[in-house]
Design a protein around this ligand. Structure first.
Ligand code: ARG
Length: 553
């Protein structure tokens, strides 16, 4: 909160000899708070000013005067800034409730399309899709908070050769009754049976290709089956989305672009980018494998539909940026797409937001044997554990099931989001449900403790004069870093920045609370006021992760 102000002060004292941006990037937060709240190294100025860093720091320390700073100390070439905590406290508490100024964020006013979740019909809803769903949802919330106009799209895999296989399998072995009763399970089993049978009867592959070709031509029989498979699958995805509190602005799957594919082909042809090579239409790229646009039989491909989607998003939504929250194994695909956008002179940023794997015992965790159903099972398993923990810790709690479901949500999402998204992590139910440590449960529990303190008092908190005391500082100092954490999370596409922030806030609060008596103490109203602000802030930070807190647990 005060960094910019301090940077301005240094800038003025240096009389323009270093840019504001550079000063901002050099201003750091010392690990040991006895060196102040901010510290600025003067070493790079030595050459230009022809003085030793020690002298430069000493001279500058006398030139910098700022209201919010109580003291500037020069120590071995560093300038250490000590904030006037008394004044800062009130500013922090009043600013934390407001939005950061618009010009604080680079994303403000931008239109950003986020393509996330995007599972495939008839194929498994993988742990990768779960991660894409959680990460995409959180990024959408964070970017919205920074003032961007966010459009969330589920690019459902509802078209492609797998439908040829599915239709063929259904015609051979399927039963309408069974599929109606248990669509996801049946469709998935049919899809698997196709692969097993095709091992010994390769002609099945030809049949499937033919079926897909008919589907692409809009044949009635194929279309009807496709439509049915699609609807029942979406219905069961929605159950999961609802359970996780996930919403999209649009479900525009791959099939949405069917009537826009000929435009893609024409555009590429007009620009002379497309060539016929070894039985397929391709676009040659620089330092990347060529993009396969059309097969000999006219069948469209994944990237063709992504080009169509990109053009649509650029034109229809006037997107400044399109983010694709998809596992890192698709990085070649998105590099191809991005290069094609450059060749086509599209100014919209095409950005792949990749992520690592979810592991079980060190190996990629798989839902292969049960599609979306297995994911439901996994979530139910976590919920079962959560319920046991609550029953043990707080047997009298009302509404245990409901609270266990919120805790599960928090545990699974926080576990995912707290990691640098490029890192893989172990799916460990015990770990994610720990009441201490870096978990969503710890954060929720801290918040419920604050709520219970607030419930115990009938003192009127609002509208009183806030009185700072020194013990409050670590908590307030952490609150002052909230907007910066949101900005960092938005710019780096890293919700983990918010997880780290909120964990530290809870740590600072818990050590404050261990030392302090709140109710019936001196200054109790100011303390309660600060607690309320901490709780509000925890709730808001968690909402940016897509997590709802509870007041009691
Ligand atoms: N359905 C794809 C898959 O599961 C992911 C789609 C990602 N979005 C996109 N525009 N390609 O692999």
């Amino acid at each position: 909160m005060f960094k910019k102000e301090i940077a301005e002060g240094i800038y003025a004292a240096l009389m323009g000899r270093m840019s504001k941006d550079e000063i901002m990037s050099k201003l750091e937060v010392p690990a040991d708070s006895s060196f102040g709240e901010f510290s600025f190294p003067t070493f790079t100025l030595a050459g230009m000013l022809k003085k030793s860093p020690k002298i430069i720091a000493e001279e500058l320390s006398k030139d910098i005067k700022l209201d919010i700073i109580s003291e500037v100390k020069a120590v071995n070439g560093f300038l250490n800034f000590y904030i006037n905590r008394n004044d800062a406290a009130e500013i922090i508490l009043s600013e934390i409730e407001k939005n950061a100024p618009e010009d604080f964020y680079n994303t403000s006013g931008q239109t950003i399309v986020i393509d996330y979740s995007s599972p495939n019909i008839a194929k498994p809803f993988s742990m990768g899709h779960l991660r894409a769903t959680i990460l995409g949802d959180s990024l959408a919330r964070i970017l919205k908070k920074t003032g961007a106009d966010v459009i969330g799209i589920n690019h459902l895999g509802d078209w492609g050769t797998q439908f040829g296989k599915l239709i063929t399998a259904y015609k051979k072995w399927g039963s309408e009754e069974k599929v109606s009763k248990n669509p996801i399970k049946e469709l998935f089993e049919l899809y698997q049976k196709f692969h097993v049978e095709a091992e010994s009867t390769p002609e099945l592959e030809d049949e499937a290709r033919q079926a897909f070709s008919l589907l692409e031509q809009g044949n009635d029989v194929q279309m009807k089956l496709w439509n049915w498979f699609r609807e029942v699958s979406i219905e069961s995805f929605e159950v999961l989305y609802k359970r996780l509190g996930i919403d999209f602005d649009y479900i525009q799957g791959e099939s949405f672009y069917n009537d826009k594919l000929s435009d893609v082909n024409q555009l590429l042809e007009r620009k002379k980018l497309i060539e016929f090579d070894q039985g397929a239409y391709i676009v040659r790229l620089n330092k990347l494998p060529p993009a396969l646009i059309k097969k000999r039989d006219g069948a469209s491909l994944y990237i063709t539909r992504d080009i169509a989607a990109m053009l649509h998003r650029v034109k229809h939504f006037q997107a400044d940026q399109i983010l694709y929250v998809v596992g890192q194994e698709q990085s070649v695909h998105f590099n191809q797409l991005s290069q094609i956008s450059d060749i086509l002179n599209i100014s919209t940023d095409i950005e792949h937001v990749p992520f690592g794997l979810i592991l079980k015992n060190g190996r990629k965790m798989s839902t292969r044997k049960g599609s979306v159903i297995l994911l439901d099972d996994i979530i139910r398993d976590v919920e079962h554990h959560a319920l046991n923990i609550i029953a043990e810790k707080n047997p009298d709690l009302k509404n245990k099931e409901n609270i266990a479901s919120h805790i599960t949500d928090a545990a699974v999402k926080f576990m995912d989001l707290k990691h640098d998204r490029m890192n893989s992590y172990e799916f460990n139910i015990e770990d994610m449900l720990r009441f201490d440590g870096e978990t969503g449960v710890y954060v929720m529990y801290t918040n419920s403790r604050i709520q219970s303190i607030l419930r115990k008092t009938d003192r009127k908190i609002e509208g009183t004069v806030f009185k700072f005391d020194e013990n409050m500082w670590p908590v307030l100092n952490q609150l002052s870093k909230y907007h910066a954490a949101v900005k960092e999370a938005a710019e780096k596409r890293m919700p983990s920045e918010i997880c780290k922030y909120v964990i530290k806030l809870c740590r600072e609060f818990n050590s404050y609370y261990a030392k302090e008596r709140i109710i019936h103490s001196n200054n109790d109203i100011s303390k309660l006021y600060m607690l309320k602000m901490v709780s509000n802030n925890i709730e808001e930070a968690m909402s940016l992760l897509g997590i709802k807190t509870v007041n009691e647990m």
